[in-house]
Design a protein around this ligand. Structure first.
Ligand SMILES: [Zn+2]
Ligand SMILES: [Zn+2]
Length: 238
C-alpha cells in the first residue's frame, strides 16, 4: 500500500498548498480520502481521477471536499460516474449538490460500516466535530493505517485506531490554544492517542498556516517519539 499525501493543510492552504487529500494506491486499487482545495490538480498529476474506485469524505467542510464540484465538471465531459462515500449532512449545500449530481453515486456512511475493495477494507469510525464526521481505518496486506478526519477527543478513538502501523491525525492546535469545545485535537493530544493506541508512527496533519509547525511538533514529541509533520508530496509505504 502507498499513501500519497496530496494536501495536508486546513482549514485553508498555505502558499502553494492544498487542504486535506490522501490517495491510497494498492496494486490496481485507487481510493481517495477527502478532496479538499487544490487536490484535483495534484491527483491528476498522479492518476486519472476516472480510475478511482471510490472517494471517501470524512465530512462536508469545504477544506475536505471543495474540489469535488470542480471534479464534477471533468466527469461531465468524460461521462464517468464515481462512487462517493460520506456521512449524511443535509445542512451542507454541497451535500445537496453532490448527492443529486448524476456523475457521483453517493453512499452514506456511519461508524461501524466496513467497505471492501479486493483485499483492502475500509472501516468507518467515530469523530467529534461540529458537523457529522467520521474517521477511517484501512486494513490491507501490509497492515493497517488510520486517518482521523477532523476530530476533537472522543472515547472511541483509542480502540478504533488500536495497533495501526501509521496514523494520520488531525492535530493542528498548540496545547495552550486547545480546549474541549474546539473542532480539532492538539498536536499533543494526537500524540497521546497514537501512544495509547499503540500506533507505530504518527503523522500530524491538517496543518494550519498560522500555527508554527515546529512548536507543534515539539509539543507532540514530548508525548510520543515517533511523530512527524505531514508534508505534501510525501508517499508513505505500508
Ligand atoms: Zn478541516
Ligand atoms: Zn472540519
Amino acid at each position: 500500500m502507498k499513501i500519497h499525501l496530496l494536501g495536508v493543510n486546513g482549514p485553508f492552504p498555505e502558499s502553494g498548498g492544498a487542504t486535506s487529500g490522501y490517495l491510497l494506491e494498492h496494486r490496481d486499487t485507487l481510493i481517495q480520502f477527502d478532496f479538499g482545495s487544490g487536490i484535483l490538480g495534484r491527483l491528476t498529476a498522479k492518476v486519472a481521477p476516472e480510475s478511482l474506485q471510490a472517494i471517501f469524505l470524512s465530512h462536508w467542510h469545504f477544506d475536505h471536499m471543495a474540489d469535488l464540484p470542480v471534479l464534477m465538471y471533468r466527469l461531465q465531459s468524460s461521462g464517468t460516474v464515481l462512487p462517493v462515500f460520506a456521512p449524511e449532512d443535509r445542512s451542507s449545500p454541497l451535500f445537496q449538490l453532490i448527492s443529486s449530481a448524476p456523475n457521483f453515486r453517493l453512499t452514506l456512511l456511519k461508524p461501524g460500516d466496513v467497505l471492501s475493495f479486493g483485499d483492502l477494507s475500509v472501516h468507518v469510525g467515530s469523530a467529534r466535530h461540529p458537523v457529522p464526521a467520521v474517521g477511517f481505518r484501512i486494513s490491507g496486506p501490509g497492515g493497517d493505517w488510520g486517518y482521523t478526519g477532523d476530530t476533537n477527543t472522543h472515547p472511541d478513538l483509542c480502540d478504533f485506531y488500536r495497533g495501526v502501523r501509521l496514523l494520520i491525525a488531525d492535530g493542528p492546535f498548540l496545547s495552550d490554544s486547545w480546549d474541549e469545545n474546539k473542532p480539532h485535537l492538539s498536536g499533543a493530544l494526537a500524540a497521546s492517542l497514537a501512544r495509547d493506541a499503540g500506533c507505530d508512527q504518527l503523522i500530524l496533519s491538517h496543518l494550519s498556516p498560522v500555527v508554527p509547525s515546529e512548536a507543534l511538533l515539539r509539543e507532540a514529541r514530548t508525548v510520543f517519539r515517533q511523530v512527524s509533520l505531514a508534508r505534501a508530496g510525501d508517499v508513505l509505504s505500508l
